[in-house]
Design a protein around this ligand. Structure first.
Ligand SMILES: C[S@@+](CC[C@H](N)C(=O)[O-])C[C@H]1O[C@@H](n2cnc3c(N)ncnc32)[C@H](O)[C@@H]1O
Length: 494
Protein backbone atom coordinates (compact mmCIF):
# COMPACT_ATOMS: atom_id res chain seq x y z
CA UNK A 1 0.00 0.00 0.00
CA UNK A 2 1.34 3.42 -0.91
CA UNK A 3 1.44 6.11 1.76
CA UNK A 4 0.36 9.70 1.22
CA UNK A 5 3.01 12.42 1.49
CA UNK A 6 1.78 13.20 5.00
CA UNK A 7 0.54 10.94 7.80
CA UNK A 8 -3.23 11.02 8.53
CA UNK A 9 -3.00 13.83 11.09
CA UNK A 10 -0.88 15.90 8.69
CA UNK A 11 -3.44 15.35 5.92
CA UNK A 12 -6.19 16.52 8.29
CA UNK A 13 -4.15 19.64 9.14
CA UNK A 14 -3.47 20.40 5.47
CA UNK A 15 -7.15 19.94 4.61
CA UNK A 16 -8.07 22.29 7.47
CA UNK A 17 -5.65 24.90 6.13
CA UNK A 18 -6.93 24.66 2.54
CA UNK A 19 -10.63 24.50 3.40
CA UNK A 20 -10.34 27.10 6.16
CA UNK A 21 -8.73 29.59 3.78
CA UNK A 22 -11.40 28.96 1.14
CA UNK A 23 -8.82 27.54 -1.27
CA UNK A 24 -11.47 25.93 -3.52
CA UNK A 25 -12.33 26.55 -7.17
CA UNK A 26 -15.11 28.95 -6.18
CA UNK A 27 -13.07 30.63 -3.45
CA UNK A 28 -10.15 31.26 -5.81
CA UNK A 29 -12.41 32.52 -8.62
CA UNK A 30 -14.13 34.95 -6.27
CA UNK A 31 -10.82 36.17 -4.89
CA UNK A 32 -9.04 36.82 -8.21
CA UNK A 33 -12.19 37.88 -10.09
CA UNK A 34 -13.19 37.27 -13.71
CA UNK A 35 -10.06 38.94 -15.12
CA UNK A 36 -7.76 36.77 -12.99
CA UNK A 37 -9.68 33.62 -13.86
CA UNK A 38 -9.67 34.41 -17.59
CA UNK A 39 -5.97 35.29 -17.49
CA UNK A 40 -5.06 32.03 -15.76
CA UNK A 41 -6.55 30.06 -18.64
CA UNK A 42 -3.83 31.58 -20.84
CA UNK A 43 -1.06 31.39 -18.25
CA UNK A 44 -1.35 35.14 -17.75
CA UNK A 45 -1.08 35.52 -13.99
CA UNK A 46 -0.90 39.33 -13.83
CA UNK A 47 -4.51 39.91 -12.72
CA UNK A 48 -4.31 37.08 -10.15
CA UNK A 49 -1.08 38.56 -8.77
CA UNK A 50 -2.62 42.04 -8.56
CA UNK A 51 -5.69 40.68 -6.74
CA UNK A 52 -3.55 38.97 -4.11
CA UNK A 53 -0.78 41.56 -3.71
CA UNK A 54 -0.14 43.24 -0.38
CA UNK A 55 -2.75 41.17 1.51
CA UNK A 56 -1.01 38.16 2.93
CA UNK A 57 -4.16 36.51 4.24
CA UNK A 58 -4.08 32.71 3.94
CA UNK A 59 -6.15 32.50 0.71
CA UNK A 60 -4.02 35.12 -1.05
CA UNK A 61 -0.85 33.33 0.05
CA UNK A 62 -2.06 29.91 -1.09
CA UNK A 63 -3.05 31.37 -4.49
CA UNK A 64 0.32 33.08 -4.86
CA UNK A 65 2.17 29.90 -3.90
CA UNK A 66 0.25 27.15 -5.68
CA UNK A 67 -1.46 28.96 -8.57
CA UNK A 68 1.03 31.69 -9.41
CA UNK A 69 4.30 29.96 -8.45
CA UNK A 70 5.56 32.87 -6.31
CA UNK A 71 8.12 32.78 -3.52
CA UNK A 72 6.56 34.13 -0.30
CA UNK A 73 8.01 35.05 3.11
CA UNK A 74 8.38 32.12 5.52
CA UNK A 75 6.19 33.68 8.24
CA UNK A 76 3.34 34.27 5.78
CA UNK A 77 3.56 30.71 4.38
CA UNK A 78 3.55 29.26 7.90
CA UNK A 79 0.34 31.19 8.68
CA UNK A 80 -1.32 30.03 5.43
CA UNK A 81 -0.54 26.35 6.05
CA UNK A 82 -1.41 26.36 9.78
CA UNK A 83 -2.29 24.17 11.59
CA UNK A 84 0.12 22.05 9.50
CA UNK A 85 3.57 22.81 10.97
CA UNK A 86 5.85 24.39 8.38
CA UNK A 87 8.61 21.87 9.10
CA UNK A 88 6.18 19.04 8.20
CA UNK A 89 5.15 20.81 5.00
CA UNK A 90 8.82 21.21 3.98
CA UNK A 91 9.60 17.57 4.84
CA UNK A 92 6.67 16.39 2.72
CA UNK A 93 7.86 18.53 -0.18
CA UNK A 94 4.73 20.70 -0.21
CA UNK A 95 6.84 23.86 -0.03
CA UNK A 96 10.57 24.29 -0.56
CA UNK A 97 13.12 26.94 0.26
CA UNK A 98 13.86 29.41 -2.53
CA UNK A 99 16.10 32.41 -1.89
CA UNK A 100 14.97 34.00 1.38
CA UNK A 101 11.43 32.61 1.19
CA UNK A 102 9.41 29.52 0.32
CA UNK A 103 7.75 28.40 -2.89
CA UNK A 104 5.52 25.49 -3.88
CA UNK A 105 7.39 22.19 -3.99
CA UNK A 106 4.41 20.54 -5.62
CA UNK A 107 1.09 21.63 -7.03
CA UNK A 108 -2.08 21.57 -4.97
CA UNK A 109 -4.84 22.27 -7.44
CA UNK A 110 -8.28 23.18 -6.16
CA UNK A 111 -10.68 20.92 -8.05
CA UNK A 112 -14.17 21.97 -7.10
CA UNK A 113 -14.24 21.51 -3.33
CA UNK A 114 -11.44 18.92 -3.50
CA UNK A 115 -7.68 19.06 -4.15
CA UNK A 116 -5.40 17.29 -6.60
CA UNK A 117 -1.71 16.91 -5.85
CA UNK A 118 0.87 16.74 -8.64
CA UNK A 119 4.26 18.12 -9.59
CA UNK A 120 4.54 21.85 -10.23
CA UNK A 121 3.31 22.72 -13.71
CA UNK A 122 6.03 23.29 -16.31
CA UNK A 123 4.62 26.78 -16.97
CA UNK A 124 5.64 27.88 -13.45
CA UNK A 125 9.26 26.73 -13.92
CA UNK A 126 10.12 28.24 -17.30
CA UNK A 127 13.31 27.01 -18.92
CA UNK A 128 13.58 23.96 -16.65
CA UNK A 129 13.27 20.61 -18.46
CA UNK A 130 10.79 18.29 -16.79
CA UNK A 131 12.37 15.51 -14.74
CA UNK A 132 11.74 11.97 -16.08
CA UNK A 133 9.39 11.10 -13.20
CA UNK A 134 7.33 14.30 -13.47
CA UNK A 135 3.76 13.69 -12.29
CA UNK A 136 1.31 15.62 -14.41
CA UNK A 137 -1.47 17.71 -12.95
CA UNK A 138 -4.90 18.06 -14.52
CA UNK A 139 -4.40 18.74 -18.22
CA UNK A 140 -6.45 18.83 -21.40
CA UNK A 141 -6.21 15.05 -21.89
CA UNK A 142 -7.24 14.38 -18.26
CA UNK A 143 -10.33 16.54 -18.71
CA UNK A 144 -11.14 14.96 -22.08
CA UNK A 145 -11.14 11.48 -20.58
CA UNK A 146 -13.05 12.59 -17.48
CA UNK A 147 -15.73 14.14 -19.69
CA UNK A 148 -15.86 11.08 -21.97
CA UNK A 149 -16.36 8.52 -19.21
CA UNK A 150 -19.71 6.80 -18.79
CA UNK A 151 -20.84 7.81 -15.31
CA UNK A 152 -23.16 5.01 -14.23
CA UNK A 153 -23.07 3.43 -10.78
CA UNK A 154 -20.67 0.46 -10.72
CA UNK A 155 -19.28 -1.82 -8.04
CA UNK A 156 -15.66 -1.82 -9.20
CA UNK A 157 -13.61 0.62 -11.28
CA UNK A 158 -9.96 0.69 -12.33
CA UNK A 159 -7.84 3.70 -13.31
CA UNK A 160 -4.73 2.53 -15.22
CA UNK A 161 -1.88 5.07 -14.99
CA UNK A 162 -3.52 7.21 -12.32
CA UNK A 163 -0.80 9.88 -11.97
CA UNK A 164 -2.23 12.63 -9.74
CA UNK A 165 -5.45 10.62 -9.33
CA UNK A 166 -7.83 12.83 -11.30
CA UNK A 167 -9.66 9.92 -12.99
CA UNK A 168 -9.85 7.95 -9.75
CA UNK A 169 -11.34 11.01 -8.05
CA UNK A 170 -14.12 11.09 -10.66
CA UNK A 171 -14.59 7.32 -10.41
CA UNK A 172 -15.14 7.68 -6.67
CA UNK A 173 -18.38 9.56 -7.40
CA UNK A 174 -20.02 6.46 -8.95
CA UNK A 175 -17.92 3.37 -8.15
CA UNK A 176 -18.17 1.56 -4.81
CA UNK A 177 -14.52 0.43 -4.98
CA UNK A 178 -11.72 2.18 -6.89
CA UNK A 179 -8.40 0.60 -7.82
CA UNK A 180 -5.68 2.78 -9.33
CA UNK A 181 -2.33 1.69 -10.75
CA UNK A 182 0.81 3.37 -11.96
CA UNK A 183 4.31 2.41 -12.99
CA UNK A 184 5.66 5.32 -10.97
CA UNK A 185 5.90 5.11 -7.19
CA UNK A 186 6.11 8.90 -7.11
CA UNK A 187 2.79 9.14 -8.96
CA UNK A 188 1.18 6.69 -6.54
CA UNK A 189 2.27 8.80 -3.56
CA UNK A 190 0.67 11.86 -5.16
CA UNK A 191 -2.50 9.87 -5.91
CA UNK A 192 -2.56 8.61 -2.31
CA UNK A 193 -2.35 12.21 -1.13
CA UNK A 194 -5.13 13.33 -3.49
CA UNK A 195 -7.32 10.50 -2.16
CA UNK A 196 -6.49 11.18 1.50
CA UNK A 197 -7.28 14.90 1.20
CA UNK A 198 -10.77 13.93 0.02
CA UNK A 199 -11.16 11.24 2.67
CA UNK A 200 -11.21 8.53 -0.03
CA UNK A 201 -9.76 5.06 0.16
CA UNK A 202 -8.37 3.73 -3.13
CA UNK A 203 -6.50 0.50 -3.70
CA UNK A 204 -3.20 1.73 -5.15
CA UNK A 205 -0.99 -0.76 -6.98
CA UNK A 206 2.34 -0.32 -8.67
CA UNK A 207 3.31 -2.01 -11.93
CA UNK A 208 3.36 -2.04 -15.70
CA UNK A 209 -0.05 -1.56 -17.36
CA UNK A 210 -2.35 -4.43 -16.35
CA UNK A 211 0.26 -6.54 -14.52
CA UNK A 212 -0.78 -5.40 -11.00
CA UNK A 213 -4.40 -6.47 -11.64
CA UNK A 214 -3.71 -9.73 -13.48
CA UNK A 215 -6.60 -12.17 -13.02
CA UNK A 216 -9.02 -9.47 -11.81
CA UNK A 217 -12.07 -8.02 -13.53
CA UNK A 218 -13.83 -4.65 -13.22
CA UNK A 219 -17.11 -3.05 -14.25
CA UNK A 220 -15.35 0.03 -15.60
CA UNK A 221 -11.74 0.57 -16.63
CA UNK A 222 -10.46 4.01 -17.63
CA UNK A 223 -7.02 5.10 -18.71
CA UNK A 224 -5.23 8.18 -19.94
CA UNK A 225 -2.13 6.10 -20.72
CA UNK A 226 1.30 7.21 -21.91
CA UNK A 227 -0.05 7.01 -25.46
CA UNK A 228 2.51 9.17 -27.25
CA UNK A 229 3.75 7.35 -30.37
CA UNK A 230 7.39 7.25 -31.42
CA UNK A 231 10.49 5.07 -31.50
CA UNK A 232 9.77 3.44 -28.13
CA UNK A 233 12.40 5.30 -26.11
CA UNK A 234 11.36 6.50 -22.66
CA UNK A 235 12.43 9.89 -21.39
CA UNK A 236 9.29 10.84 -19.42
CA UNK A 237 7.08 8.30 -17.64
CA UNK A 238 3.90 10.34 -18.05
CA UNK A 239 4.36 10.42 -21.83
CA UNK A 240 6.38 7.42 -23.03
CA UNK A 241 5.26 3.82 -22.65
CA UNK A 242 8.53 2.29 -23.85
CA UNK A 243 6.59 0.57 -26.63
CA UNK A 244 7.30 1.48 -30.26
CA UNK A 245 4.61 3.14 -32.36
CA UNK A 246 1.06 2.75 -31.09
CA UNK A 247 1.71 -0.66 -29.51
CA UNK A 248 0.69 0.46 -26.01
CA UNK A 249 -2.85 1.19 -27.19
CA UNK A 250 -3.06 -2.10 -29.12
CA UNK A 251 -1.88 -3.82 -25.92
CA UNK A 252 -4.61 -2.18 -23.85
CA UNK A 253 -7.28 -3.33 -26.32
CA UNK A 254 -5.85 -6.88 -26.27
CA UNK A 255 -5.95 -6.88 -22.44
CA UNK A 256 -9.56 -5.67 -22.20
CA UNK A 257 -11.33 -9.06 -22.48
CA UNK A 258 -9.44 -10.27 -19.39
CA UNK A 259 -10.15 -7.07 -17.45
CA UNK A 260 -13.88 -6.59 -17.89
CA UNK A 261 -16.86 -8.10 -16.15
CA UNK A 262 -19.78 -9.00 -18.40
CA UNK A 263 -21.40 -5.73 -19.46
CA UNK A 264 -18.35 -3.76 -18.32
CA UNK A 265 -16.80 -0.88 -20.26
CA UNK A 266 -13.20 0.12 -20.83
CA UNK A 267 -12.50 3.66 -22.03
CA UNK A 268 -9.12 5.15 -22.83
CA UNK A 269 -7.49 7.90 -24.82
CA UNK A 270 -5.34 6.59 -27.63
CA UNK A 271 -3.03 7.64 -30.42
CA UNK A 272 -2.70 5.62 -33.61
CA UNK A 273 -0.49 5.81 -36.63
CA UNK A 274 -1.65 6.85 -40.06
CA UNK A 275 0.66 4.76 -42.23
CA UNK A 276 1.02 5.32 -45.96
CA UNK A 277 -0.94 2.76 -47.96
CA UNK A 278 -3.01 1.66 -44.95
CA UNK A 279 -6.42 2.87 -43.72
CA UNK A 280 -6.09 4.12 -40.14
CA UNK A 281 -9.53 2.76 -39.29
CA UNK A 282 -8.58 -0.73 -40.53
CA UNK A 283 -5.48 -0.57 -38.36
CA UNK A 284 -7.48 0.28 -35.23
CA UNK A 285 -10.32 -2.14 -36.05
CA UNK A 286 -7.59 -4.79 -36.35
CA UNK A 287 -6.73 -4.26 -32.66
CA UNK A 288 -10.33 -5.12 -31.70
CA UNK A 289 -10.79 -8.04 -34.10
CA UNK A 290 -11.02 -11.34 -32.25
CA UNK A 291 -11.45 -9.77 -28.79
CA UNK A 292 -15.21 -10.46 -28.76
CA UNK A 293 -15.80 -6.88 -27.54
CA UNK A 294 -18.15 -4.25 -28.87
CA UNK A 295 -16.11 -1.20 -29.80
CA UNK A 296 -16.73 2.40 -30.65
CA UNK A 297 -13.52 4.19 -31.57
CA UNK A 298 -13.73 7.86 -32.45
CA UNK A 299 -10.95 9.90 -33.95
CA UNK A 300 -11.11 13.46 -32.60
CA UNK A 301 -7.91 14.96 -34.08
CA UNK A 302 -5.17 14.20 -36.59
CA UNK A 303 -1.67 15.72 -36.35
CA UNK A 304 1.08 15.88 -38.93
CA UNK A 305 4.39 14.30 -37.82
CA UNK A 306 6.35 17.54 -37.39
CA UNK A 307 3.58 19.25 -35.45
CA UNK A 308 3.17 16.15 -33.31
CA UNK A 309 6.85 15.85 -32.38
CA UNK A 310 7.12 19.57 -31.64
CA UNK A 311 4.00 19.45 -29.48
CA UNK A 312 5.24 16.58 -27.33
CA UNK A 313 8.79 17.90 -27.03
CA UNK A 314 7.37 21.25 -25.90
CA UNK A 315 5.01 19.46 -23.50
CA UNK A 316 8.04 18.15 -21.64
CA UNK A 317 9.76 21.56 -21.92
CA UNK A 318 12.16 20.12 -24.50
CA UNK A 319 12.92 22.71 -27.17
CA UNK A 320 13.11 21.15 -30.66
CA UNK A 321 15.34 23.99 -31.85
CA UNK A 322 17.91 23.44 -29.10
CA UNK A 323 17.53 19.67 -29.19
CA UNK A 324 17.44 19.01 -32.92
CA UNK A 325 18.84 15.48 -32.52
CA UNK A 326 15.83 14.37 -30.42
CA UNK A 327 13.35 15.80 -32.90
CA UNK A 328 15.28 14.35 -35.87
CA UNK A 329 15.49 10.84 -34.38
CA UNK A 330 11.75 10.88 -33.72
CA UNK A 331 10.91 12.14 -37.21
CA UNK A 332 13.36 9.64 -38.78
CA UNK A 333 11.46 6.86 -37.04
CA UNK A 334 8.21 8.21 -38.49
CA UNK A 335 9.78 8.33 -41.98
CA UNK A 336 11.20 4.82 -41.68
CA UNK A 337 7.76 3.52 -40.68
CA UNK A 338 5.93 5.53 -43.37
CA UNK A 339 3.96 7.47 -40.77
CA UNK A 340 2.03 10.28 -42.41
CA UNK A 341 0.05 11.41 -39.39
CA UNK A 342 -1.09 10.55 -35.90
CA UNK A 343 -4.72 10.19 -34.87
CA UNK A 344 -5.95 11.01 -31.36
CA UNK A 345 -9.20 9.70 -30.04
CA UNK A 346 -11.25 7.76 -27.59
CA UNK A 347 -11.56 3.98 -27.48
CA UNK A 348 -14.66 2.55 -25.77
CA UNK A 349 -14.92 -1.22 -25.45
CA UNK A 350 -17.75 -3.23 -23.96
CA UNK A 351 -17.84 -6.87 -22.92
CA UNK A 352 -21.30 -7.79 -24.14
CA UNK A 353 -20.77 -11.46 -24.91
CA UNK A 354 -22.07 -11.13 -28.49
CA UNK A 355 -20.78 -13.66 -31.01
CA UNK A 356 -20.65 -10.94 -33.65
CA UNK A 357 -19.73 -7.80 -31.72
CA UNK A 358 -20.32 -4.33 -33.13
CA UNK A 359 -17.06 -2.61 -34.07
CA UNK A 360 -17.30 0.95 -35.33
CA UNK A 361 -14.18 3.04 -35.98
CA UNK A 362 -14.96 6.51 -37.29
CA UNK A 363 -13.99 10.14 -37.50
CA UNK A 364 -15.83 12.39 -35.10
CA UNK A 365 -13.92 15.62 -35.32
CA UNK A 366 -16.82 18.02 -34.87
CA UNK A 367 -17.15 19.86 -31.56
CA UNK A 368 -19.55 17.64 -29.62
CA UNK A 369 -21.69 18.65 -26.67
CA UNK A 370 -19.91 17.97 -23.38
CA UNK A 371 -19.81 15.82 -21.42
CA UNK A 372 -19.25 13.36 -24.26
CA UNK A 373 -19.62 10.49 -21.75
CA UNK A 374 -23.36 11.21 -21.63
CA UNK A 375 -23.50 10.28 -25.34
CA UNK A 376 -21.39 7.12 -25.18
CA UNK A 377 -23.77 4.94 -23.15
CA UNK A 378 -26.77 5.85 -25.37
CA UNK A 379 -24.66 5.03 -28.48
CA UNK A 380 -24.24 1.45 -27.21
CA UNK A 381 -27.91 1.30 -26.21
CA UNK A 382 -28.96 2.29 -29.75
CA UNK A 383 -26.69 -0.46 -31.08
CA UNK A 384 -28.42 -2.92 -28.76
CA UNK A 385 -31.82 -1.77 -29.98
CA UNK A 386 -30.75 -2.18 -33.64
CA UNK A 387 -29.27 -5.59 -32.89
CA UNK A 388 -32.65 -6.67 -31.52
CA UNK A 389 -34.49 -5.75 -34.74
CA UNK A 390 -35.20 -7.95 -37.72
CA UNK A 391 -35.95 -6.16 -40.99
CA UNK A 392 -39.62 -6.77 -40.31
CA UNK A 393 -39.58 -5.43 -36.76
CA UNK A 394 -37.60 -2.36 -37.80
CA UNK A 395 -40.22 -1.63 -40.47
CA UNK A 396 -42.86 -2.00 -37.77
CA UNK A 397 -41.07 0.43 -35.42
CA UNK A 398 -42.26 3.95 -34.72
CA UNK A 399 -39.43 6.49 -34.76
CA UNK A 400 -39.01 10.10 -33.67
CA UNK A 401 -36.62 12.71 -34.98
CA UNK A 402 -34.10 13.85 -32.35
CA UNK A 403 -34.63 17.07 -30.44
CA UNK A 404 -32.77 19.99 -31.92
CA UNK A 405 -32.56 18.47 -35.41
CA UNK A 406 -32.05 21.14 -38.06
CA UNK A 407 -32.44 21.15 -41.82
CA UNK A 408 -29.67 23.10 -43.51
CA UNK A 409 -29.81 23.91 -47.19
CA UNK A 410 -27.18 25.17 -49.58
CA UNK A 411 -28.48 26.79 -52.73
CA UNK A 412 -27.03 28.59 -55.76
CA UNK A 413 -28.73 31.43 -57.53
CA UNK A 414 -29.41 30.76 -61.20
CA UNK A 415 -31.60 32.22 -63.91
CA UNK A 416 -34.64 30.56 -62.35
CA UNK A 417 -33.90 31.72 -58.82
CA UNK A 418 -32.43 29.63 -55.99
CA UNK A 419 -31.60 26.00 -56.78
CA UNK A 420 -31.00 23.76 -53.78
CA UNK A 421 -27.57 22.07 -54.16
CA UNK A 422 -27.38 20.16 -50.86
CA UNK A 423 -29.65 19.37 -47.97
CA UNK A 424 -28.14 18.47 -44.64
CA UNK A 425 -29.66 17.21 -41.42
CA UNK A 426 -27.72 18.56 -38.46
CA UNK A 427 -27.93 17.54 -34.83
CA UNK A 428 -27.49 20.74 -32.85
CA UNK A 429 -27.05 18.79 -29.61
CA UNK A 430 -25.12 15.70 -28.51
CA UNK A 431 -22.80 14.28 -31.13
CA UNK A 432 -23.66 17.06 -33.62
CA UNK A 433 -23.56 14.80 -36.66
CA UNK A 434 -24.29 16.42 -40.01
CA UNK A 435 -25.68 14.10 -42.70
CA UNK A 436 -26.27 14.92 -46.34
CA UNK A 437 -29.69 13.64 -47.37
CA UNK A 438 -31.96 13.59 -50.41
CA UNK A 439 -35.55 14.93 -50.49
CA UNK A 440 -37.02 11.44 -49.95
CA UNK A 441 -35.05 10.92 -46.74
CA UNK A 442 -35.98 14.43 -45.65
CA UNK A 443 -39.65 13.60 -46.16
CA UNK A 444 -39.21 10.37 -44.19
CA UNK A 445 -37.43 12.03 -41.25
CA UNK A 446 -39.87 14.96 -41.24
CA UNK A 447 -42.77 12.56 -40.74
CA UNK A 448 -41.08 10.68 -37.89
CA UNK A 449 -43.24 11.88 -34.99
CA UNK A 450 -43.49 8.54 -33.19
CA UNK A 451 -47.11 7.90 -34.24
CA UNK A 452 -46.79 5.96 -37.48
CA UNK A 453 -44.87 2.75 -38.17
CA UNK A 454 -41.92 3.09 -40.52
CA UNK A 455 -43.57 0.68 -42.99
CA UNK A 456 -46.70 2.86 -43.24
CA UNK A 457 -44.61 5.98 -43.70
CA UNK A 458 -42.69 4.30 -46.53
CA UNK A 459 -45.94 3.16 -48.20
CA UNK A 460 -47.17 6.76 -48.27
CA UNK A 461 -43.84 7.93 -49.69
CA UNK A 462 -43.84 5.15 -52.32
CA UNK A 463 -47.32 6.17 -53.46
CA UNK A 464 -46.39 9.85 -53.60
CA UNK A 465 -43.23 9.15 -55.64
CA UNK A 466 -44.66 6.28 -57.69
CA UNK A 467 -41.99 3.96 -56.31
CA UNK A 468 -42.18 0.23 -55.62
CA UNK A 469 -42.99 -0.05 -51.86
CA UNK A 470 -40.94 -3.24 -51.37
CA UNK A 471 -37.87 -1.79 -53.11
CA UNK A 472 -38.21 1.46 -51.16
CA UNK A 473 -38.46 -0.43 -47.87
CA UNK A 474 -35.38 -2.52 -48.73
CA UNK A 475 -33.37 0.60 -49.52
CA UNK A 476 -34.64 2.42 -46.43
CA UNK A 477 -33.73 -0.19 -43.79
CA UNK A 478 -29.90 0.31 -43.76
CA UNK A 479 -30.33 4.05 -44.07
CA UNK A 480 -32.73 4.22 -41.15
CA UNK A 481 -30.41 1.98 -39.12
CA UNK A 482 -27.58 4.43 -39.83
CA UNK A 483 -29.72 7.40 -38.74
CA UNK A 484 -30.67 5.57 -35.53
CA UNK A 485 -27.01 4.71 -34.86
CA UNK A 486 -26.14 8.39 -35.18
CA UNK A 487 -29.01 9.43 -32.93
CA UNK A 488 -30.82 11.41 -35.64
CA UNK A 489 -33.81 9.08 -35.45
CA UNK A 490 -34.74 7.44 -32.16
CA UNK A 491 -37.13 4.63 -31.22
CA UNK A 492 -40.37 6.21 -29.97
CA UNK A 493 -40.76 5.77 -26.23
CA UNK A 494 -36.99 5.64 -25.55
C1 LIG B 1 -0.71 10.88 -19.25
S1 LIG B 1 -0.46 10.43 -17.58
C2 LIG B 1 -2.15 10.36 -17.02
C3 LIG B 1 -2.32 10.73 -15.58
C4 LIG B 1 -3.78 10.84 -15.12
N1 LIG B 1 -4.44 9.55 -15.11
C5 LIG B 1 -4.57 11.82 -15.96
O1 LIG B 1 -5.62 11.44 -16.51
O2 LIG B 1 -4.16 12.99 -16.05
C6 LIG B 1 -0.01 8.73 -17.74
C7 LIG B 1 0.25 8.02 -16.44
O3 LIG B 1 0.60 6.66 -16.75
C8 LIG B 1 1.69 6.27 -15.95
N2 LIG B 1 2.44 5.22 -16.68
C9 LIG B 1 3.42 5.36 -17.59
N3 LIG B 1 3.82 4.17 -18.05
C10 LIG B 1 3.07 3.25 -17.42
C11 LIG B 1 3.01 1.85 -17.46
N4 LIG B 1 3.81 1.15 -18.27
N5 LIG B 1 2.14 1.21 -16.66
C12 LIG B 1 1.32 1.92 -15.83
N6 LIG B 1 1.33 3.25 -15.75
C13 LIG B 1 2.19 3.91 -16.53
C14 LIG B 1 2.49 7.52 -15.75
O4 LIG B 1 3.32 7.45 -14.61
C15 LIG B 1 1.38 8.58 -15.64
O5 LIG B 1 1.00 8.75 -14.32
Amino acid sequence: MTDALLPPDGIAQLREALAGAGYTSTGIAERIGPAGTAGMRHNDLRAALRATAGAPDPLATLIRLFVCGQTEPERVVATALAPLPLSDAVRAGIVERSGDGLRAGLEIEAYGEQWIVSDVDAGLRPGQPLPPEHVLGVGGASTTLAQSTIRRPVATALDLGTGCGIQALHLSTHAARVTATDLSERALRFAATTAALSGLDWELLRGDLTTPVAGRRFDLVVSNPPFVVGPGTTTHTYRDSGRAGDAVCAELVAAAPRLLNEGGYMQFLANWLHVAGEDWDDRVAGWVAGTGLDAWVIQREVSDPVGYVNLWLADASEDPTTQPARAAAWLDWFDANKVEGVGLGLVTLRASGHDDPTVRVEDLRQAVEQPLGAQVGPWFHRQDWLRGQSTDSLLGARLVAADGLQLRQEASRGPEGWQVDRQLLALTEGLRWVEQIDPLVLALVSACDGNVALRDQLDVLAAAHEADPAALAQAAVPLVAHLVERGILLPAGG
